[in-house]
Design a protein around this ligand. Structure first.
Ligand SMILES: Nc1ncnc2c1ncn2[C@@H]1O[C@H](COP(=O)(O)OP(=O)(O)O)[C@@H](O)[C@H]1O
Ligand SMILES: [Mg+2]
Length: 376
C-alpha cells in the first residue's frame, strides 16, 4: 500500500531535495491531487482510498502552503478541520474542490465550504466509494476527452439510428467507443448493435444515481463487446432520465472513451439537449425529397450553434442545392446499404463489412471528426 507523501516545505528544503514543483502523482498534467488536513484519522482514511485508486496525493497541514498549490492540483480534498483556516485565506475559485469530514465537523461547515468554492461536502467512511472513484478518475483522465458526434434524422426514418450505430462500429476499430441512445421512442440501440443479450446497466439504473459517476465505472458497467459499448433503455422501460443523471453519464462517457456517438431524437427533450451541448459535430441525415429537405431545415434550425451541424445525404443529390435548402454544409452522401435489415437481425449491427456503403461512409465521417479534433 502506498502512503501519502507530505509536501516538502519550501522554507526548509535545500538543493536537490528542494520542493517538488508539480507533485509526482498521477494527475493528467503530472500533478498530484492535494490533500489539506491535519486530522490524522482523515489522513489515514484518504491514504487508504488513494492507494486503492493507485494515486499518491501530496499532503499538507499548512493552509498557506495549500494556497500555493491550490490552482495547480487536479483535485483538492480539503479536510473539515482546515476549511475555516482556508476560508480566511480566500483561495481562488477553481473546480474540483471537495470538503471531506470524519468527525471534526465545524458548526458552519457548509458556509465555509461555500466560501472556499467547494463543490460538495462528504463524510468518511460513508463516501469512501465515491471518493475512490474520484481519485481513480484522476489516474486515468485522458489527455484528450472523447470526440462526441451526434446524429439526428432530418425526417422520420431517415436513417439516423442506423448511421449512429455504424459510426459506433467504425469508431470501435480505432478506440474505445460508446454509443448513447437519447431517443426513448427508438428501437433500442443495444438491439440494433446486437448487444441486447449482453449484461450491463441501462438508463433506468443510471437515472436513479444522484452522485458523481466515474469514467471507469460507466465504461465497465454498460453492455459492451470488444471496444463498443452502448447506453440505452431496457426493453419496455419508459423511465425518463433526469437531466442531472444524463449530464453525469455524458461527462463520464466523454472522459472514459475515445469516441462517443449520440443518437438524437428529432424533437429534443432535456436529455438530448444535454447531449447536444457535448457534441463536437452534429450530423443531420437528410432524405433529399421536398418534404425531407424542408423537415431537415426545421431540425437544423432547432439545433443551437449551426457551426457544428453537417449534413449526410441519403442517396444522390446536388450538394449545393441540399445545402441551400437546409442551410448547412453537406459532409457526405451515401447510397442504400444492401442487406441492412438482415445484418441487424443477425445481431451483427448495421455494418456487416467495413467495405460496404455504410462502413465506408462511417470511416470517412470519423476521419473528418478526427481532423476536427486536431484543429480544435
Ligand atoms: N443507410 C441505409 N441504407 C439502407 N436502408 C437504410 C439506411 N439507413 C436506414 N435505412 C432503413 O430505414 C429504416 C429506418 O432507419 P433508422 O436508422 O431507424 O432511421 P431514424 O433513426 O432516422 O428514424 C431502417 O430500418 C432501414 O430499413
Ligand atoms: Mg432513430
Amino acid at each position: 500500500m502506498r502512503s501519502l507523501r507530505p509536501v516538502p516545505d519550501p522554507s526548509t528544503a535545500t538543493g536537490a531535495a528542494g520542493p517538488d514543483p508539480g507533485g509526482a502523482g498521477t494527475g493528467p498534467a503530472g500533478a498530484a491531487p492535494l490533500v489539506v488536513t491535519r486530522d490524522p484519522d482523515l489522513l489515514d482514511q484518504v491514504g487508504r482510498l488513494a492507494a486503492a485508486a493507485g494515486t499518491s496525493p501530496a499532503v499538507t497541514g499548512e493552509p498557506a502552503q495549500a494556497l500555493r498549490r491550490w490552482t495547480r492540483a487536479p483535485l483538492v480534498l480539503l479536510g473539515a478541520d482546515l476549511v475555516g483556516e482556508m476560508a480566511v485565506l480566500g483561495p481562488p475559485r477553481r473546480p474540483r474542490v471537495h470538503v471531506v469530514s470524519t468527525r471534526v465537523v465545524p458548526d458552519d461547515l457548509f458556509r465555509l465550504a461555500l466560501a472556499v468554492g467547494a463543490a460538495d461536502v462528504s463524510d468518511l467512511p460513508a463516501s469512501a466509494g465515491w471518493l475512490t472513484e474520484l481519485l481513480t478518475d484522476l489516474g486515468e483522465a485522458r489527455v484528450r476527452p472523447a470526440r462526441v458526434v451526434g446524429v439526428v434524422g432530418g425526417s422520420g426514418g431517415a436513417g439516423a439510428t442506423t448511421l449512429a450505430c455504424a459510426l459506433g462500429q467504425g469508431a470501435a476499430r480505432r478506440g474505445t467507443t460508446l454509443v448513447v441512445d437519447t431517443d426513448p421512442a427508438g428501437p433500442g440501440l443495444d438491439r440494433v448493435l446486437g448487444l441486447e443479450g449482453v449484461d450491463g446497466i441501462r438508463w433506468d439504473a443510471l437515472g436513479r444515481t444522484t452522485g458523481r459517476l466515474s469514467a471507469r465505472s460507466l465504461r465497465d458497467a454498460v453492455p459492451r463487446r470488444n471496444g463498443l459499448g452502448v447506453l440505452t433503455w431496457a426493453p419496455g422501460a419508459v423511465d425518463l432520465v433526469a437531466p442531472f443523471a444524463a449530464r453525469e453519464a455524458l461527462s463520464a462517457a466523454r472522459r472514459g472513451h475515445e469516441t462517443v456517438v449520440v443518437d438524437l431524437p428529432r424533437v429534443l427533450g432535456p436529455v438530448p439537449e444535454e447531449a447536444v451541448a457535448h457534441c463536437d459535430l452534429i450530423l443531420v441525415v437528410v432524405v433529399p425529397t421536398v418534404p425531407g429537405l424542408s423537415s431537415a431545415a426545421r431540425v437544423c434550425a432547432r439545433l443551437a450553434d449551426p457551426g457544428r451541424v453537417r449534413l449526410v445525404v441519403r442517396g444522390g443529390a446536388d450538394a449545393a442545392l441540399v445545402r441551400r435548402a437546409v442551410g448547412a454544409p453537406v459532409l457526405a452522401a451515401m447510397g442504400d446499404q444492401r442487406g441492412l435489415d438482415e445484418a441487424v437481425d443477425l445481431g451483427l449491427g448495421p455494418v456487416r463489412s467495413h467495405r460496404g456503403v455504410l462502413g465506408r461512409t462511417a470511416a470517412g465521417l470519423l476521419d473528418r471528426l478526427e481532423l476536427l479534433g486536431e484543429a480544435a
